[in-house]
Design a protein around this ligand. Sequence first.
Ligand SMILES: [Zn+2]
Length: 208
Amino acid sequence: MNPLTEIFYLDTDSKAHNPIGSNIFFNLPKGARSLCQECRTPITWNANWDNVELEIIGDTTHYYPDYISGNYSIISQRLLDDLVNAEASGFKAHAVGIIGVESKKLRSQQAPKYFIMEIFGGIDLDREKWDKFDGNLCSICKTWRPRKGGTVSWGDKQKVPLMNSWDGSDFMKFKNVKIGGDLCSRKILKLAQVKKWSGFGVRAILPG
Ligand SMILES: [Zn+2]
């Protein structure tokens, strides 16, 4: 299987003219965030998914989309229902409370019920193409850093999913190296085209 035609990054719909984004507040319990024992990176070990608050940003936006991208994917009730009906896998949806809406036009409308996606499906990054195993990878939290004097650095590496490591989930993250971004399968791309989710887009993973 060609990873380029099977796995995609979730993104904002590139045809949407009025940008919309989100600030997300996890309201973490005490002790949920601490330094990784091995590499000292601050890590959230226990996200409080059931107490998340959402602020919707973008002051020119005039409708509530089905999908809001950002560090975390936010989906509407309609989009969630479509995913459940299609038996999409690799995620859990948690209802979020809306604590602020920047756009005046939006504030006069009824907001849909929104959910944050906790994504636990996984696929590995092909480290042969990423860094030829040259960088330093934390064995606990999977944070990657360039090796001092090494042959690769930030921003010069190819992100290619290793297809035989895919757990088959429709929503996933890279598992062996901790890099941001939510991924989806071709099944989700096709569903989005049929259901015409507003705000929803995908982009190819390459070039890295
Ligand atoms: Zn670590």
